[in-house]
Design a protein around this ligand. Structure first.
Ligand SMILES: [Zn+2]
Length: 733
């Protein structure tokens, strides 16, 4: 069992990972009887019916069944846990740790449907249920962690671990259960537990207010464009969407730049009106920082104060030390060491990028110094001048369905997996756009199911992500069910859907998460698939992106939607060359946010004035004046809408260090399709979930710790001499 710690439900929004953690249930006969009664009343509580261990019961329930199902399932789970805690037999691995693995199955099932509906079918009814249920789910977690009789049994098993003859996976599970409980306050006395509960509830309320404030400014603020002159430089599709945005905000006949990244970035890229670019940029970078009812500065200060108190209560130096302890990085110092190693070369690259842009501006007699609102605009001019690549030349070769076939082909080459569309209607779906594939291994054995929900619609979260409906487990003897979700614009029936190169990369990325889930081969579901530390989970997905760039995929699957011809080699070359374009900007805007995040959470009890802290920290880092943080503090939802990424925004860079280094293992071998390297990748990374320490798993795969060189090469930065970033420290046992 993994307790849902630190707002894991919110993870879905930000990473490409969704999913609720797993809970689970040894049942005695009375519990089984009770289960049948509740199941008869609410279809979401019943065991899943159908092939392959059962499938989600779409079409058999109403949205209004969600709340009573979750409430009944939580109550059932608490009762199951109480029975374990009250077991008269002496605590053993079986009657405590494995028993916990078996609890909460009804909550897993209802929670999976809840996760799907809140992320992909979120209408007013679903939102109301979510508002009501999310604090209740948080409170449920505290009730399990604070069950002192249960923890006493876990601790007793943990103390006896050396004498129990446990195998490595069992030891790891025991260590994780024990550690998760301790980290969540199980060892505290009653007074401190009470205070911890108060802190968690106050924090949850502040997170909700923080994200609602940002949402309010994103959905109501806009820069209105009045005339043709205000549209200068904007391509036709952008004008159309700006007109539609104005109309939907009650300003028909005008054009609007809404205060969201997807609306702001294209305007900053194409508008030739520098004054309007500045106006739009100021609006976007001031979200949550306008000194009005939606200002987030005081909320941030309060969150940091409460987190510092919680860390002290739990016995840690700072919130950052608490968060990093169970991550691959282990300590804030090691995360900072990696970030600082990349920071200077990235800033140096920004200087070069700015010089290139300034040269073009000077040549055009623009009489300006490059400012933050000029970056996208002039870098686009540099891209055309230097690489002669136009997105419009690429798109006809990038058909969504062909690329999907390409991903399947890669999964076959690397892992021996085969995908077969289930088209006989035997598996129900929650929306007609969703399709389901059965996944089998090289021997033809069933592995799991892959649901694909590719199109945008009202009520669906923007972006793309992977979700695990059911984790693999030998204890439960159930195969895995995963999904990939995206927001492509649905075409007319029979018409090819053409996507951008970035979208194609995202498609492969999310499929990488799916393969991480599908390849899982563990005994306990708490350790399955993507249930790994956050600074490790993006490694498999970032790695799989690289196969999009390989010739077999481009030659076989990047086919012109009309002629069927593969992408010409010179176009392939341009794509590969532009991979390193603008990496200075991309790295610096990201790293500035990651470093500020870490430093905020290392400040301990020192009261923070967010504006001053941000200004002084960036100044001491030597932040280039032409760039702003990707997420300024007052709207940094990753770290203030929940605990998940707090002191954890560095995770993307950490994972990318691994993915860059891992890909070079293939290049040092026979290439991207080297069978021996692929076998190791499966054995030591994709199949092991969290049953081995990630640093050990990586070392087994690579034969050494990762080094930073590959990351620097991938981003086009100079490679320092040496610089291993991984650890010799071990977390476990
Ligand atoms: Zn991801």
């Amino acid at each position: 069992m993994i307790v849902r710690l630190r707002g894991e439900m919110a993870g879905l929004l930000l990473v490409a990972l969704g999913g609720c953690a797993t809970n689970s249930a040894k049942t005695d006969s009375s519990a089984a009887a009770r289960k049948e009664t509740t199941a008869a009343m609410n279809p979401l509580l019943a065991p899943w019916q159908g092939p392959w261990g059962g499938v989600p019961p779409f079409g058999k329930f109403k949205v209004s069944d969600l709340k009573p199902a979750l409430e009944a399932a939580m109550a059932e789970n608490l009762a199951e846990v109480d029975r374990i805690a009250a077991d008269p037999a002496a605590p053993s691995f079986d009657n405590t740790i494995v028993a916990m693995e078996r609890t909460g199955k009804a909550l897993d099932r209802a929670g999976a449907i809840y996760g799907i509906y809140t992320s992909t079918m979120s209408d007013a009814e679903v939102q109301a249920i979510e508002t009501e249920m999310s604090p209740k789910l948080a409170e449920f977690n505290d009730k399990i962690v604070q069950n002192s009789r249960l923890f006493a049994r876990i601790a007793a098993v943990y103390e006896a671990r050396a004498r129990l003859g446990l195998n490595a996976e069992q030891q790891r599970l025991l260590w994780l259960d024990y550690t998760n409980f301790v980290r969540a306050g199980a060892k505290l006395d009653d007074a401190k537990k009470k205070r911890l509960g108060e802190l968690n509830q106050q924090l949850a309320a502040l997170y909700t207010r923080f994200s609602q404030n940002v949402l309010a400014e994103e959905s109501t603020q806009m820069v209105l464009l009045d005339s043709e002159a205000d549209l200068a430089g904007l391509p036709a599709p952008l004008r159309e969407s700006a007109a539609a945005a104005a109309a939907s905000h009650g300003k028909p006949g005008k054009w609007a730049v809404i205060n969201t990244r997807s609306s702001v970035d294209p305007f900053l890229t194409w508008s030739t009106r520098r004054d309007l670019r500045e106006k739009v940029w100021r609006m976007f970078t001031s979200r949550g920082d306008n000194g009005d009812a939606h200002d987030n500065n005081q909320i941030v200060a309060d969150v940091l104060k409460l987190r510092a108190e919680r860390a002290t209560l739990l016995g840690y130096q700072t919130h950052a030390h608490w968060h990093l302890e169970d991550q691959m990085a282990k300590t804030p110092e090691r995360a900072i060491e990696l970030m600082e190693a990349v920071w200077k070369p990235a800033v140096a690259r920004v200087r070069e990028e700015v010089a290139d842009m300034q040269a073009i501006a000077d040549k055009e007699h623009a009489a300006i110094r490059i400012a933050p609102w000029d970056y996208h605009f002039y870098s686009e001019k540099v891209r055309k001048a230097k690489y002669d690549l136009d997105e419009n030349d690429l798109k006809p070769y990038l058909q969504l369905e062909k690329l999907r076939e390409g991903m399947f082909w890669v999964a076959g080459q690397l892992f021996g997996l085969r995908f077969t569309l289930v088209s006989d209607g035997s598996i129900p779906v929650y929306h007609p756009d969703v399709r389901v594939w059965e996944v089998t291994d090289a021997q033809g054995h069933h592995v799991g199911l892959w649901y694909f929900d590719p199109y945008a619609r009202a009520g669906k979260t923007s972006g793309a992500w992977m979700n695990e409906y059911r984790r693999q487990s030998r204890v439960d003897d159930v195969p895995v069910i995963v999904s990939n979700n995206a927001n492509f614009v649905k075409g007319k029936p029979g018409e090819a859907i053409l996507i951008s190169w970035d979208d194609a990369r995202t498609l492969f990325h999310e499929f990488g998460h799916a393969l991480h889930g599908l390849n899982s081969n563990v005994t306990y579901s708490s350790l399955a698939g993507t249930a790994v530390p956050r600074d490790y989970v993006e490694f498999p997905s970032q790695l799989v992106e690289r196969w999009l760039y390989t010739r077999p995929v481009l030659d076989r699957f990047a086919l012109h939607y009309q002629s069927g011809q593969p992408m010409p080699p010179e176009l392939v070359q341009k794509v590969v060359r532009t991979e390193k374009f603008k990496q200075g900007y991309i790295t610096v805007e990201y790293l500035a946010s990651a470093l500020v995040d870490m430093k905020l959470h290392l400040a301990g009890a020192t009261p923070i004035d967010p504006r001053r802290f941000e200004r002084e920290t960036l100044s001491s880092l030597g932040m280039p004046s032409e760039i702003v943080m990707r997420h300024r503090i007052p709207h940094f939802g990753h770290i203030f809408s929940g605990d998940g990424y707090s002191a954890g925004y560095y995770s993307y860079l950490w994972s990318d260090t691994l993915s860059a280094d891992a890909y070079e293992a293939f290049l040092e071998g026979a290439g991207p399709y080297d069978k021996a390297v692929a076998q190791r990748l499966r054995d030591d990374v994709f199949s092991v979930g969290n049953k081995v320490d990630p640093a050990d798993g990586y070392r087994a795969f690579r034969g050494r710790d990762p080094s930073i060189g590959a990351l620097m090469r991938k981003r086009g930065f100079p490679v320092p001499g040496g610089g291993a970033v991984s650890s010799d420290q071990k977390a476990t046992h």
